[in-house]
Design a protein around this ligand. Structure first.
Ligand code: ARG
Length: 484
């Protein structure tokens, strides 16, 4: 097992543009992923060959009955063949429509409208794979706690904020779609005073009705001095403030609406794991929750906006359509312990059902940043699932410290983050997995991590270990985009 020990960094820095190891090779999906269904040679139609009689019979007046029979047989064959041709044309038309309308099969992203499809891992990875390079020319991200929209320039290989001059909501919606959001959740585009940017992306308004990204050019100035702050969903709001009193282990009972993104994931009527709502269709959970036979979406039911497990038993819950586990998840080390669940029907957001914000690259979490965990997990090691939702405050613990010999001795990889009290007494526990580790910053709640593992529960010097969500934000967006 490798570890990255070094001098303690001053903060947890999130880097948004992190090339991922390539995904497992997929069969190339070209323009014709379907086998040819029918021959390109037109079906042969039997032709009528007139025959010449060479022998005059004694009764020439009677027409040969065989001939009329053969003629009507041919007629039937022609009719049947014509019907078959019409059916084949209809099928061909369907496939043509399919590729024009739906372009790429799910889990792949289309290069513009070229019909060429790319795996999400090839999108914005710094290498041009699409015929016209679209996989590197429409790369957008939201940076920092103010959701500053940035566009990647493959030429200078860096990210630029977008100048707010001439920007409007239609452009904002395009950028949100390119991150994997649906236009239905679009919240706002706002100009915010620029904080020390030297270069910008500006809109060329005289460029006419062309693609947004073709209208953007890099410039050293921005007249208004404002850059675009883009919100693709109204996330991270809780209707209840947390009382900072300190079950989970050592926690308190939650009230409705306090952790509105928290969901309970059931298999056969039993709570198994937690999860967090990020959009009406998508939840984040842990990859270890959906391993083996639990990778079947049909196994799961999702409960949102309910505090007690008892009450869930009387409800039907939401069905799951798709489960995507991180391709580099490792069962033994718990490296990349994150998964996405897509619901069959979207959640309706209310006071008690709401999404949490995914952390943007460039957010800095302080070494001891106060965070909160919530879940229906055991209230002590070896205990059973709690009936009510519990929460507790846990500070983050620096990676270098958490990797020290007397704590986790190098087991904390860059995809993980530790939180808890080294004195013990407060922690997540069995059943909390997949659930949220959140922090409140710039008046919104951010998903810092997903509950992953720990040695025992609330044991001194064995804090909880969580998936480091900032590292996964990019993977999450690409997969939402490929499976919209
Ligand atoms: N793996 C556990 C689960 O599946 C979560 C364990 C968290 N442990 C801890 N000590 N924080 O629910």
């Amino acid at each position: 097992m490798t570890s990255t020990l070094g001098p303690p960094p001053p903060y947890y820095e999130n880097r948004g543009f992190q090339p991922e190891p390539p995904y497992a090779a997929r069969p190339a999906a070209g323009a014709h992923p379907y086998p040819q269904l029918f021959s390109t040679n037109p079906p042969s139609v039997p032709s009528y060959i007139p025959r010449v009689a060479t022998h005059q019979s004694s009764r020439p007046a009677a027409p040969p009955p065989r001939r009329t029979c053969a003629a009507s047989l041919r007629k039937t064959i022609i009719i049947i063949l014509s019907i078959l041709i019409v059916i084949c044309c209809a099928i061909a038309a369907f496939f043509i429509w399919y590729f024009v309308e739906n372009h790429c099969l799910s889990s792949l992203i289309e290069c513009g409208s070229s019909g060429v499809c790319m795996s999400p891992s090839q999108w914005c990875d710094g290498v041009s794979d699409c015929p016209n390079g679209e996989d590197e020319t429409r790369c957008v991200r939201l940076f920092g706690p103010n959701f500053i929209l940035e566009v990647y320039s493959p030429v200078s290989k860096s990210w630029y904020p977008v100048c707010h001059d001439d920007w409007n909501d239609d452009y904002g919606k395009i950028a949100c779609k390119d991150m994997g959001y649906s236009v239905d959740t679009y919240f706002y585009s706002r100009g915010v005073p620029d904080v020390s940017f030297k270069s910008y992306m500006k809109l060329n308004t005289s460029a006419g009705n062309i693609d947004l990204y073709k209208k953007l050019y890099s410039s050293g100035s921005c007249a208004s001095g404002n850059v675009v702050s883009l919100r693709c969903i109204e996330c991270g709001l809780s209707s209840k403030s947390v009382s900072i009193m300190n079950r989970i282990v050592g926690g308190s009972g939650a009230v409705l609406g306090q952790w509105p993104w928290q969901v309970s994931l059931h298999v056969q009527g039993t709570h198994v794991c937690g999860g967090s709502i990020i959009t009406p269709h998508w939840l984040v959970t842990a990859a270890h929750c959906v391993e083996g036979r639990l990778s079947d979406p049909h196994s799961w039911r999702v409960y949102a906006g309910i505090l007690n497990q008892d009450e869930m038993l009387f409800r039907s819950g939401y069905k799951v359509q798709l489960i995507i586990s991180h391709p580099d998840y490792d069962t033994d080390s718990k490296d990349n312990d994150v998964a996405l669940m897509k619901l069959e029907t979207p959640l309706s957001f209310t006071e008690t059902v709401r999404p949490v914000c995914l952390p943007n690259p460039g957010m800095m979490f302080q070494p001891n940043q106060q965070c909160w965990i919530s879940g229906w997990g055991a209230e002590y090691q070896g205990g059973k699932t709690s009936n009510n939702l519990n929460y507790v405050a846990v500070p983050l613990i620096e990676r270098s410290r958490c990797n020290s010999v007397y704590i986790y001795n190098g087991m904390i990889l860059p995809t993980m983050i530790c939180a808890g009290d080294l004195a013990g007494g407060i922690d997540s526990c069995q059943g909390d997995s997949g659930g949220p580790l959140v922090t409140h910053h710039h008046s919104v709640w951010w998903l810092v991590g997903d509950t992953s593992w720990g040695t025992g529960c609330a044991t001194p010097n064995k804090p909880g270990v969580y998936g480091n969500m900032t590292v996964f934000t990019d993977w999450i967006y690409k997969n939402m985009q490929a499976n919209r």
